[in-house]
Write a protein that binds this ligand. Structure first.
Ligand code: ADP
Ligand code: MG
Length: 474
């Protein structure tokens, strides 16, 4: 085992720290603290990274929810790591009870909740020829399992059209929206449907990140001709999270050419990103214009009604009875995104099955207290604008107006600053909410307020007071 070597071990810890930091960004502090804090990395040996967790339950949970992602991240950081395994035991070595690996294995028949979770994750590694080129599809991400509501009906309708059409109705279909709102789900659903109806067609789904690594590998191994040929002969290409290749010029170039070649042949392309093509920074103009050429469909933040629907559908899939009080409570409290909502439901269900007691409002509150606190703290930009306007006695409309008098410009800057601090919105998004201002204006405001706070005690206290009123901690 390489761990006795100091250099190897510190490289391993460094890589693990990078994986963790990505995961924290991805899943949020609350979930991260629940699942990742207790993990420790034991060794990296022969391409296999070993992680240990304290309990069997945690191992199953992580295997289902995070293992593939951990593996992909680690491999992206150090391509020699091709497999990640999780064991139960203490980090000091010894005491391994059992292991779960991200590779497909045959699971023994069993019906416990956590076993079902693990089986579901293994089922997702189904082999398919097109998957050699792309990534595996999650069998749960189908149109049947997608709950449609106001915020996603447009994207859903567009996805369905594309999935059912013989000739691309619009090319490309570009779906965008915040994290956890169903972009990946819809892309998989399109791919599933296509493969089902036309088993002979090559349908390739992969993330932009994976596309890039494949491309880089092809360059390194001098196989770019093969690479081009492979990607240009698919019938449908779905690339997820294209914001990832912003600023990565040669990958963009390659994607652009692949894209053109496929569109010319009448092959459907589906893309997703966290922002609209025009708002992704570091994307070449000609690519932007190409992307804007098809249909751009956005997924909005969920509504209460949609969350209720999703909870009911997920509970049904898990085969559990969820009291209506609990459903309403979750839909009300976990308003961030569907992924967190799903995570909350899974936790409540897992807890009830572990302790063998029915799900109640009280136990749900208890099990989710960390998550609830995190969600409580979230405020919207509108709330911030209102509070700040009230505080400085100006009109909310002045948050959007072009007036530059200091009496309104300063409060506006403070509101932008607080929006950056207290919400997860990006600079361009914040700018848009302030009367369509540019992201550099927001950046300037954030800097300015920071500077003024350093030099002006009263000003700093005002900002701090507002921050606390809006629920900011610390
Ligand atoms: P994104 O790719 O936009 O970040 P995902 O597609 O990964 O989000 O969705 C996150 C989770 O939420 C997935 O498990 C997905 O199945 C679920 N989900 C999102 N939207 C819906 C929906 N409308 N109905 C059912 N499940 C959904
Ligand atoms: Mg996604």
């Amino acid at each position: 085992m390489g761990t006795s070597d100091v250099n190897v071990s510190s490289a391993m810890d460094g890589e693990w720290a990078q994986v963790c930091s990505h995961m924290r960004d991805e899943i949020g502090d609350a979930a991260f603290d629940s699942w990742f804090k207790p993990m420790s990395v034991r060794s990296v040996d022969g391409g296999v990274a070993m992680i240990s967790v304290p309990t069997r339950f945690m191992r199953d949970w992580i295997a289902n929810n995070y293992l593939e992602q951990i593996q992909a991240l680690w491999c992206a950081i150090n391509k020699q790591v091709t497999n990640v395994e999780i064991s139960v035991g203490n980090a000091q070595g010894g005491g391994i009870l059992s292991q779960a690996s991200a590779q497909a294995q045959k699971a023994p028949p069993s019906s416990s909740f956590s076993d079902r979770l693990v089986q579901a994750s293994r089922a997702s590694v189904l082999q398919n020829p097109a998957e050699e080129l792309g990534a595996p599809l999650d069998p749960r991400y189908t149109f049947e399992n997608f709950v449609v509501g106001k915020p996603n009906e447009f994207a859903h309708a567009a996805a369905k059209r594309v999935a059912e059409a013989d000739i691309p109705p619009f090319n490309p279909l570009f779906m965008y929206g915040g994290v956890g709102l169903g972009k990946t789900h819809l892309m998989h659903a399109i791919a599933h449907h296509m493969r089902e109806v036309h088993p002979t067609r090559t349908v390739v789904y992969l993330s932009a990140e994976k596309f890039m690594y494949r491309f880089i590998r092809a360059l390194r191994e001098q196989k770019t001709v093969d690479f081009k040929e492979q990607f240009r002969s698919v019938d449908m290409l779905l690339i997820d999270d294209v914001q990832f290749i912003a600023g990565k010029d040669s990958t963009q170039e390659e994607l652009f050419h692949t894209f053109n070649a496929l569109v010319d042949q009448g092959r459907q392309i589906v893309l997703s990103a966290d922002k609209s093509p025009s708002d992704i920074e570091g994307l070449e103009d000609r690519l932007k214009s190409r992307l804007n050429h098809g249909l751009v469909a956005d997924l909005h933040a969920t509504t209460y009604e949609l969350r209720l629907g999703i909870l009911q559908s997920k509970a049904e899939q898990l085969g559990v009875e969820l009291p209506i009080k609990v459903t309403e409570f979750l839909a009300h409290k976990i308003a961030s995104n569907v992924r967190e909502l799903e995570g909350a439901l899974n936790r409540v269900v897992a807890h009830s099955q572990l302790v063998g007691r029915p799900i109640t409002l009280e136990t749900s509150q208890e099990v989710l207290h960390d998550l609830l606190r995190a969600n409580d703290r979230r405020v919207t930009i509108e709330e911030i604008q209102k509070k700040v306007a009230e505080h400085f006695n100006i009109r909310v409309a002045d948050m959007h107006s072009a007036r530059r008098a200091r009496s309104v410009a300063r409060p506006r800057q403070i509101a932008m600053f607080l929006s950056k601090q207290l919400t997860s919105r990006s600079l361009p998004e914040i700018g848009r909410k302030f009367g369509g201002r540019d992201h550099t204006t927001v950046m300037h405001a954030v800097k300015k307020v920071g500077e003024l706070s350093l030099h002006d005690q009263d000003f700093a206290e005002d900002v701090e007071l507002l921050r606390r009123m809006l629920g900011g901690v610390g």
